[in-house]
Design a protein around this ligand. Structure first.
Ligand code: FAD
Length: 323
């Protein structure tokens, strides 16, 4: 059934996050031949509309207001509800990001609709649109179909491939006005912590350190490897608790959930709570001194050895490949 699907574009530091293009691709599948409408919300975001169109959106609707400069649940839900009222979509797709996880349930509650969160794939099968999502901390997957009403999903970053960018694509860009009022949260300042460089939740390569790195300085070889591979540095809670790095790097059940193409776990034992955040990575490499470490059970490649010897060796070898 062809349907109109609204896809929320996420803007950070003046650019669209990659997950926006992945959401457009998911929107295309969900639209089943219908229309994919990108939605941009912010202070001055319409300049980014063409990029959403180049990645597959048929057109874009923007809501611009200085009160929308930073994300707030009230401001963004008022803006989005104004777009939903004017567009009457049959589908909604957001990224399963900090913003999407906060906003989607609020919108679903306002609309009285269901929500399929943390979707890792979406396909047509047997005449149905089937959404796949991990359950039990990634130990199993469940498949869901929507039998009635709005089709509303959040998609996990790095799982659904964006469509090829086509700069010759064109589409309309229009604006919807919304009354942004009664904000209960005012963002006065945004302070960025630790994770410089590549955003952990969107990184294609992650080098993660655990208690085995032994100190803050112990993360240096991991940072070097990450920079050679254009990746991000992550950590276990063990490393964060020991103050070797900032909690913003924590991966796992109570940290970030990541699905990079390559995850290199260095000095991480592989506790269930850590695996919950990374076991769906496409290729997992584990470096650990203990051959019995649990992390080897989920690893595609295991290296039994001292990370302080192995990591610099890997860095040197990858540097040679880059030359
Ligand atoms: P350890 O378990 O101490 O493992 C260190 C590893 O380093 C060992 O396997 C050792 O063999 C190896 N090693 C030591 N030296 C070297 C060396 N030189 N070279 C190579 N290997 C070496 N944890 C998370 O990570 N994320 C979470 O989100 C999370 N949430 C939690 C939520 C709850 C409610 C609870 C109870 C726990 C949670 N934990 C989480 C903690 C989790 O249970 C583990 O304690 C933690 O993951 C252990 O961190 P680690 O693997 O770095 O440390």
């Amino acid at each position: 059934m062809a349907r109109k699907v609204l896809v929320l574009g996420e803007v950070r530091d003046g650019s669209l996050r990659n997950v926006s293009f992945e959401a457009v691709a998911a929107g295309k599948t969900a639209a089943e031949g219908g229309e994919v409408v990108g939605v941009l919300i912010g202070e001055s975001v319409s300049a980014l509309a063409q990029e959403m169109i180049h990645f597959g959106a048929d057109r874009v609707v923007a809501v611009e207001d200085e009160k929308l400069k930073q994300y707030t649940p009230d401001g963004f839900s008022q803006a989005l509800m104004a777009v939903i009222e004017s567009e009457s979509p049959e589908g909604l797709i957001f990224g399963h990001t900090a913003l999407g996880k906060d906003l989607a349930p609020k919108i679903a509650a306002k609309l009285g609709s269901g929500l399929i969160s943390d979707v890792t794939s979406l396909e047509e099968a047997g005449g149905n649109l089937v959404f796949t999502r991990p359950i039990y901390s990634g130990k199993a997957f469940e498949k869901k179909i929507v039998t009635d009403g709005l089709l509303f999903a959040t998609i996990r970053p790095n799982n659904i491939a964006p469509l090829e960018k086509d700069e010759s694509r064109s589409g309309d860009v229009s604006s919807v006005s919304a009354e942004i009022k009664d904000l209960r949260t005012i963002i006065k300042e945004v302070v960025r912590k630790a994770s410089e460089g590549v955003d952990l939740s969107e990184a294609k390569v992650i080098i993660a350190g655990g208690r085995g790195v032994k100190s803050e300085e112990g993360f240096e070889p991991l940072k070097e490897l990450a920079s050679v591979l254009n990746g991000a540095v992550g950590a276990s809670r063990g490393a964060c608790d020991a103050d070797y790095c900032d909690y913003s790097l924590q991966i796992g059940q109570t940290g970030k959930v990541v699905t990079p193409d390559l995850y290199i776990a260095c000095g991480i034992s592989g506790a269930i709570q850590h695996l919950a955040g990374m076991s769906n990575s496409k290729v997992i490499v584990a470096i650990n001194k203990d051959p019995e470490a649990n992390i080897f059970k989920v690893a595609d490649y295991g290296i039994v050895g001292d990370l302080f010897e192995v990591v610099p060796m890997l860095t040197e070898e990858f540097k040679k490949l880059k030359v």
